[in-house]
Design a protein around this ligand. Structure first.
Ligand code: NAI
Length: 801
């Protein structure tokens, strides 16, 4: 039967349940959030209410925008159970106790509609056990949907059907999870703790055991097994503290109990010393101490101490230096880093080799049992634990280097699956054929394409392979940017500088894309595959120019950027921006000049120039004023609240370098338009942006889209500037801002209010651009601005001088 989810219910308003309800709200799905009624409660919804309130305050934020909370209706399972008949999907996220879950299901069964989808968020209880005693229809519509914490940010969603699950439900939930919730979906077999927590728990516990046996300290392990081994900064012990040692214990106990055949079962017995700290209630972040403890110093600063396993006292963390880690730090890719650490001769390399060998052998031996293919295992590790490389991608680092393979597995036998890929495959688990990534399918010993979401556009694959016509898809490449043919008359302007900062090459490519590209293409998409759309203008060049007093060069660079942005705005073909991650400063200015934006939900957009002592100089002030209603047309009498309102609003947002925490919030701040679109899944952002571009190109051909006509702005002039300057002065006198903040603020106020213009006579765009440029250059000349830029370039820290 066809499924659709328009409304949901989440039962259990704890850490996970409330955050799942928040994420449903993020994607526009209303939900009921129910929990139990505590004895003698005056407020029968108190638990759900508290759960929702906590989620509203959670950091990082669970909601894209706090307004999303309006889509969550709280209630309790005693009074509101009949309301479950109104929903299409019921998600159970109550405590990890099979008896409680089962008794809840028997109640749900009595009220839910027969076709309602029912899922559990259990971390590892077997699905078939949870539905024991339920009707055939219930079992048909049941599966596990295992979200990871924090729900909004962790990409992994594990789906676990049972033998009784409707075969049509799995593809539906897979599609829904990918396209609507934006998750990386992995399908798991119904085995204890599924994929990520099975392999992950083994990795954590075997590492902890080895550290204890061989005398490695907490901070030593985290230094070794962090980013230089392709792991997150929180590495092993800090990650355990973040997830909670009690959670780790539940997962381990569940495995010990339910996986009796596992040859590594003994590893799931919690080591004595870890059990002792759990008994003491040192559960990690949530109880203020675990493997680490943060303490306040007399001067108000804080220090993070580490646990000494021998004394169970907390002590200062020494700095650890290892040659192998130092070497890896300077390398680019995770493969290179992992290889450097594993190849070393020091204590760090020894631990890395032993723990890697343990984990890789375990993954290879478990693969058949827990997953249908190696890709699901790798995805689970990368999306569930933020690893750079999955287990089999790491295997490939070794399989491509016989000497390293021998070194890591010196005393150990290679698992059967590895022998299979060596004897019956090409010797590695993955290979790339004509830009297409393929994996070794262990059922057939053949290579199959790595599955991707429908219609995914891969710029790297396009660049690696010729287009359908046989010619290259790359129309032009100048080192900083490329123009790539996406097919269907759409081109993509891709940046590929460091952090995608905007330099002369990008400016040149914008000129080419609009002036030449518009002759062969119907529309242009600006997007890339990097984590961040753009970190802004290349500050290094700005600082060099300023230090050398090369004012003509700087003036030329700013003018060039302004002109490039104006070109985009007045382009004869539609231009669609496709930001993801950070789009700051110049990156934000560029978006403001396009005709439409297709943003990733996780977009952090802002005009942050004041942080480096500048103001937006590439047309950002001008466009942001227009976004807030400064267009002379909309300023006609009776149509607006006057020319001061847009200037004041823009000032409030730019003066404190506001960055949106999501695309939804970017719309509220007006960095994005209400009509701009949002995609939740990073993999399909370019696909969706291209589809939007095609629509605009069609509209152009149908005469319903026309290039932009020059705009005039009505700005309030010097009177309004005085008002803003007084506010700035007030903040300076009360110590809220520094003197240089005030200098920058005054420049910004001057630009946004239109300098000395008349409040009744509209000004041209060029007039505002000139004000921007003047203020930008003037600030570049100040020592304090130069110091701010240098601070960002050196350490990434904002200097409040
Ligand atoms: P939690 O302890 O924060 O919340 C559980 C909630 O369930 C509590 O609000 C409790 O009042 C409620 N509850 C208990 N019995 C109930 C009943 N009969 N009806 C309605 N509500 C009831 O637990 P958390 O962490 O949110 O976990 C919930 C589920 O999600 C568990 O199955 C857990 O294994 C799983 N999970 C937890 C993750 C985590 O990191 N915390 C990650 C992924 C899954």
């Amino acid at each position: 039967m066809p499924y659709a989810i328009r409304k949901a219910a989440v039962i259990g308003a704890g850490v996970m349940g409330a955050a799942i309800a928040a994420h449903l709200a993020n994607v526009g799905i209303p939900s009921l959030l129910l929990d139990i009624v505590p004895a003698d409660a005056k407020d029968r919804n108190i638990i759900a209410r508290t759960g929702l309130e906590k989620t509203l305050k959670s950091k990082p934020a669970s909601f894209y925008s706090k307004r999303g909370a309006q889509l969550v209706t709280i209630g309790n399972i005693e009074d509101d159970l009949p309301k479950l008949a109104e929903v299409d999907w019921i998600i159970e996220a109550v405590v990890e106790r099979p008896d409680i879950k089962q008794s809840l299901y028997s109640k749900i069964e009595q009220v839910a509609r027969p076709e309602t989808i029912i899922t559990s968020n259990t971390s590892g209880l077997p699905a078939h056990l949870l539905v024991e005693g339920r009707s055939e229809n219930f079992r048909r519509h049941f599966m596990i949907t295992h979200f990871f914490n924090p729900v909004r940010y962790m990409r992994l969603l594990e789906l676990v059907p049972t033998a009784d699950t409707d075969p049509a439900l799995l593809p539906f939930m897979q599609q829904f999870g990918t396209e609507t919730l934006g998750k990386g979906v992995v399908i798991c077999k119904d085995t204890p703790n599924f994929i990520a927590n099975r392999i992950g728990a083994y990795g954590f516990l075997s590492t902890i055991q080895r550290a204890l046996d061989e005398g490695y300290t907490v901070s030593e392990v985290d230094t070794i097994l962090g980013p230089n081994m392709g792991r997150p900064k929180s590495a092993v012990f800090r990650t355990a503290d973040l997830s909670g040692l009690d959670t780790l214990m539940h997962v381990a106990n569940n495995l010990y109990k339910n996986a009796p055949e596992d040859e590594q079962r003994a590893t799931f017995q919690i080591p004595e010393v870890v059990q002792e700290i759990i008994n003491r209630g040192w559960l990690g972040e949530k109880s203020g101490q675990g493997f680490y403890k943060r303490v306040k110093n007399a001067d108000g600063s804080s220090t993070i101490l580490e646990l000494n396993f021998k004394t169970l006292e907390y002590e200062p963390q020494p700095k650890h230096r290892f040659d192998s880690i130092g070497k890896a730090r300077n390398l680019e890719t995770p493969e290179q880093k992992v290889s450097a650490v594993l190849n070393g001769e020091d204590r760090a390399s020894h631990l890395a080799r032993e723990t890697t060998a343990d984990a890789l052998i375990y993954a290879a031996n478990r693969a058949h049992e827990i997953a249908d293919n190696i890709v699901d295992i790798d995805h689970a590790m990368c999306w569930g634990f933020n690893f750079d490389l999955g287990s089999f991608e790491t295997w490939d680092v070794l399989l491509k280097d016989q000497a390293l393979l021998d070194k890591v597995f010196a005393q150990r036998e290679l698992p059967a699956l590895v022998q299979q890929v060596r004897s019956q495959g090409d010797g590695t688990f993955y290979r790339t054929v004509e830009g297409q990534k393929q994996y070794f399918d262990y059922h057939t010993s053949t290579y199959q394409p790595v599955p991707t979401a429908q219609g995914v556009i891969s710029l790297s694959a396009l660049k690696a392979s010729p287009s359908s016509t046989g010619s290259s898809s790359v129309v032009r490449d100048n080192g900083s940017a490329s123009l790539i043919d996406l097919g269907d008359g759409i081109a993509c302007l891709e940046f590929h500088t460091k952090m995608n900062s905007i330099d002369e090459g990008i400016v040149e490519m914008i000129h080419y894309a609009v002036e030449e590209g518009s002759k062969q293409f119907r529309a242009l998409v600006i997007g890339n595959e990097a984590p961040d759309f753009s970190a802004g203008a290349n500050l290094f060049l700005v600082l060099m120019g300023a230090r050398q007093g090369a004012w003509d060069m700087l003036d030329g660079a700013i003018t060039g950027l302004q002109q490039a942005h104006q070109l985009l705005k007045y382009s004869p073909i539609p231009v669609v921006a496709a930001p993801a991650g950070r789009a700051l400063g110049g990156g934000c200015e560029m978006i403001l000049h396009t005709h439409h934006t297709r943003a990733l939900a996780e977009s952090y957009i802002g005009l942050v120039e004041v942080g480096v002592g500048l103001i937006p100089g590439g047309g950002g002030c001008k466009e942001f004023l227009l976004r807030h209603g400064a267009n002379a047309e909309s300023q006609k009498p009776g149509k607006s609240s006057g020319p001061f309102t847009p200037a004041r609003r823009a000032f409030e947002i730019i003066a404190v370098a506001t960055v949106s925490t999501s695309a939804t919030e970017a719309q509220e701040l007006r960095f994005l338009r209400k009509t701009d679109a949002i995609t939740v899944n990073r993999d399909v952002l370019l696909r969706d942006a291209k589809a939007d571009a095609i629509k605009l190109a069609d509209a152009k051909e149908a005469g319903t889209w026309q290039p932009v006509q020059p705009q005039m702005l009505l700005l309030p002039g010097a009177g309004a500037r005085l008002v803003l300057e007084q506010q700035i002065e007030g903040m300076l006198l009360t110590g809220k801002i520094s003197e240089h903040d005030a200098v920058i603020g005054n420049h910004l106020a001057r630009v946004l209010t239109g300098g000395d213009c008349s409040p009744v006579t509209p000004v041209t765009e060029q007039y505002v651009l000139d004000l921007e440029r003047e203020a930008f250059l003037s600030l570049c000349g100040t020592e304090k601005t130069q110091a701010r830029i240098q601070s960002i370039l050196q350490g990434g820290k904002t200097l409040r001088n």
